[in-house]
Design a protein around this ligand. Structure first.
Ligand code: BES
Ligand code: MN
Ligand code: ZN
Length: 496
């Protein structure tokens, strides 16, 4: 989809379709009122007959009466004015794009960004249209043998802003939003790609391709490198797999040389069977999404590279499979992590923390200003928070605030969870420095507490995205989250 900015009266656009909103009680928005004037009060008449869309997201397509420049008018219901907030705006955007895709219109002008959305700024209103439209447009059908014949005519969307003086600012916002949308799409594609294709080597190749295209620096550590570094925890997870593990280091050097980098660590388990602690069969296919942390980190790197963000960012992706075999790690095995701390592996299905802990230790060498890890870490987080917000933990209050605010700005929200020492005792082991599981209570918290033991040397935040990275059921697929949150976080650090 192509996006552009316009600033004109709603009746003056030469376009396939002009889109304006109406509140319930026949309250026309100002863009709808201008059309009404130019159409001899046609919309008011519709309202009197009770034919204007009332419900949120309901649409009505009209042919132009000839007195305006557009070929069609799409009216969209905004519901009750006092209830019109972020969630409603996002629903309206999606309803409009879906309705437009059903028409023959190749392009359209949307007056939605002029709406007041709970005092959100123009930048937010534009970004949400771009991301919403990209979501409606997204298909993952490269593995179907026949191409779908249902491709929409819609190719470009113009967003109208109220004031001409806002146009250049709006165009800059649009470029940023388009970069985020591309990052989200990349993360979704990686997540949706089947696990026989999306292997650790595949992720490494994707990182190399990204590096080439955007002139990033990339280095891929192999198993023998991990052995030399003493990454016994990471190596214990890959032992059952025929696929070689990788540790991907991808750098965007957008800042000054002396500036400390932000490090993003993404869990890259390309398939999680549970290992010897085998998972039950139902829905096990969804464990192809267990590399979503890695996917979101790569998507974010794509977005920040495209934006040429003036900040040093390092992506660190430990990636391997978690498979059962006669060479796989057994429950009861004790391994030594790169930090020197020993771990008794009581459940081989708690593998995410094992690959992340060595990556966190590796991150120390970059002297980071902040480290954020992103992981589909625990089923317990899905029970705690569902599919709405990411679980957020941090060992530093300012970082916690920054991440939370970035999630709010992107509408890709994270919610603080307790990272308290009182939970640490659940990880104690009779035989090693710690166990890799903390029992049933507070499973997401004890996983974070485990990671915290390897993140003492820097400001660190952890996002548990087990409930937010993908959808199950009929709409099964990657969400591309939290590319929006991460990109906004880095945009904030680039300004500071
Ligand atoms: N990848 C899973 C977590 C997960 C579960 C993600 C459901 C998405 C949906 C992780 O590796 C895992 O298996 N965690 C275990 C930890 C337990 C053994 C302490 C879990 O949550 O059951
Ligand atoms: Mn697991
Ligand atoms: Zn896992």
């Amino acid at each position: 989809m192509e996006f552009s900015i316009k600033s004109a009266a709603s009746d003056k656009h030469k376009t396939d379709c002009v889109v304006v909103g109406v509140f319930d009680n026949n309250r026309l928005t100002s863009a709808a009122a201008s059309l009404d004037q130019a159409c001899k009060k046609h919309l008011s008449e519709l309202g009197r007959q009770g034919d204007l869309p009332k419900k949120l997201g309901a649409t009505l397509l009209l042919q132009s009466p000839g007195t305006i420049s557009a070929r069609r008018i799409l009216l969209v219901g905004l519901g009750a004015e006092q209830e019109f907030k972020e969630k409603q705006y996002r629903e309206v955007v999606r309803a409009v794009v879906r309705a437009l895709m059903q028409t023959g219109a190749a392009e359209a002008v949307l007056h939605l960004p002029e709406l007041d959305v709970n005092n959100r700024d123009l930048r937010w209103r534009l970004e949400q249209v771009v991301l919403g439209a990209a979501e409606c447009e997204y298909r993952f059908d490269g593995f179907k043998s026949k191409a779908s014949n249902k491709t929409a005519a819609l190719k470009s969307i113009a967003l109208n802003v109220a004031y001409k003086a806002e146009v250049s600012k709006a165009e800059a916002a649009l470029r940023g939003a388009a970069a985020i949308a591309e990052g989200v799409k990349f993360a979704k594609d990686l997540g949706n790609t089947p696990p026989n294709i999306c292997t650790p080597s595949y992720l490494a190749q994707q990182a190399k391709d990204l590096a080439k295209r955007y002139r990033l620096k990339v280095e891929v550590l192999e198993q023998r490198d991990m052995e030399k570094l003493g990454m016994g925890a990471l190596l214990s997870v890959t032992r059952g797999s025929a696929q070689p593990p990788k540790l991907i280091v991808l750098r965007h050097d957008g800042g000054k040389k002396k500036d400390k980098p932000c490090v993003l660590v993404g869990k890259g388990i390309t398939f999680d069977t549970g290992g010897i602690s085998l998972k039950p069969a139902p829905d096990m296919d969804e464990m192809k999404f267990d590399m979503s942390g890695a996917g979101s980190v790569l998507g974010t790197m794509k977005a920040v590279a495209q934006m040429k963000l003036p900040l040093n960012v390092i992506a660190l992706i430990p990636t391997c499979e978690n498979m059962p075999s006669s060479t796989a790690t057994r429950p009861g095995d004790i391994v030594t992590s790169m930090s020197g701390q020993t771990v008794e592996i009581l459940n081989t299905d708690a593998e995410g923390r094992l690959i992340l802990c060595d990556a966190l230790t590796y991150a120390e060498r970059f002297e980071p200003q902040a480290v954020i890890d992103i992981a589909t870490l625990t089923g317990a987080c899905v029970i705690a928070l569902g599919h709405v917000v990411h679980g957020l933990y941090a060992n530093n209050d300012r970082l916690l605030d920054d991440v939370r605010q970035a999630g709010d700005a992107a509408y890709d929200r994270a919610w603080p969870m307790p990272l308290l020492d009182d939970y640490q005792e659940q990880l104690s082991s009779n035989f090693a420095d710690m166990a890799n599981i903390g029992g049933r209570p507070a499973g997401s918290v004890t996983a974070a507490c485990y990671l915290a033991r390897f993140a003492k040397k820097f400001h660190w935040a952890h996002l548990d995205i087990a409930g937010t990275a993908y959808r199950s059921g009929k709409d099964k697929g990657s969400t591309g989250r939290p590319v929006g949150l991460l990109t906004h976080f880095l945009m904030g650090r680039a300004k500071a």
